[in-house]
Design a protein. Structure first.
Length: 84
């Protein structure tokens, strides 16, 4: 293994250990904020963004399923999005 390959391997391992966890955690927070803002009706709150986000719902149904599972809910209690 030459020096260049060792440096590349070191940088990949450094990236894996130091940045992926931080970026993944930040992605989770941003995803949760987006899903909460899109599905406010799910929580019984009025959604001022509802008119602007209607086009996104078909694309986010699978994401909604993963999101309510990550919140610890086995089944969706929403009558609007019966995904389970």
């Amino acid at each position: 293994m030459d020096t260049f390959s060792k440096v590349i391997a070191f940088l990949r391992e450094f990236d894996r250990l130091h940045f992926r966890q931080i970026v993944g955690l930040e992605y989770t927070h941003i995803r949760d904020a987006l899903m909460a803002s899109l599905f406010l009706e799910y929580f019984g709150l009025d959604n001022p963004l509802g008119v602007y986000t209607l086009d996104l719902y078909p694309y986010l149904l699978e994401e909604f399923h993963l999101w309510h599972k990550s919140l610890g809910q086995d089944r969706s209690s929403s009558k609007i999005f019966p995904c389970c």
